[in-house]
Design a protein around this ligand. Structure first.
Ligand code: NI
Length: 171
């Protein structure tokens, strides 16, 4: 089922998500809904709090248009290693109509559980690395616009408010 994606400045997006303690049929249903919602948007990643569920779960698929889908499910993801720097443009399904460059690590190694409760590690670079960092941020109530300089964030807020008022985007 495609769920409603919460939009900035919804306060639910600022809340910290809790670790998943039991992986059961409800978890699998939630992950199915998250993947459907992400693909329908379409987007390359979605975190549970974006649909109002404060559990530490993210789904990511950075496969290209002509490639087969490659869904990554990360439950209770943590970084065990980070390296380098990148500065690439990002957007977010919860911040429609806005994109900006964000400083991130070039490479990350993530440890997480899959839907069978098995631990795995994933070394990610490029878009996948950025997606992991962006989505895991959501679990701590952080949006990509929170990484902008004060000046750029003020510009973002003004632009976003105008888009909300003009009905270009909806709250
Ligand atoms: Ni996002």
């Amino acid at each position: 089922m495609v769920r409603k994606i919460l939009h900035y400045p919804d306060p639910e997006l600022k809340k910290k998500s809790q670790p998943v303690t039991v992986i059961n049929e409800k978890t699998r249903e939630l992950v199915r809904d998250m993947a459907e919602t992400m693909y329908a948007a379409p987007g390359v990643g979605l975190a549970a709090p974006q649909i109002g569920v404060h559990q530490r779960i993210v789904v990511i698929d950075v496969s290209g248009k002509d490639e087969p889908p490659m869904l990554i499910v990360a439950i209770n993801p943590v970084f065990i290693h980070t390296e380098g720097e990148s500065y690439e443009e990002e957007g977010c399904l919860s911040v429609p109509g806005y994109a900006a460059n964000v400083r991130r690590h070039e490479m990350v190694v993530v440890k997480a559980l899959n839907l069978d409760g098995e631990e795995y590690t994933c070394k990610a670079e490029g878009l996948l690395s950025i997606a992991f960092q962006h989505e895991i941020d959501h679990l701590d109530g952080t949006l990509f616009v929170d990484h902008l300089s004060t000046l750029k964030r003020e510009m973002f807020k003004k632009k976003y408010r105008r888009m909300l008022e003009s009905g270009e985007i909806k709250e």
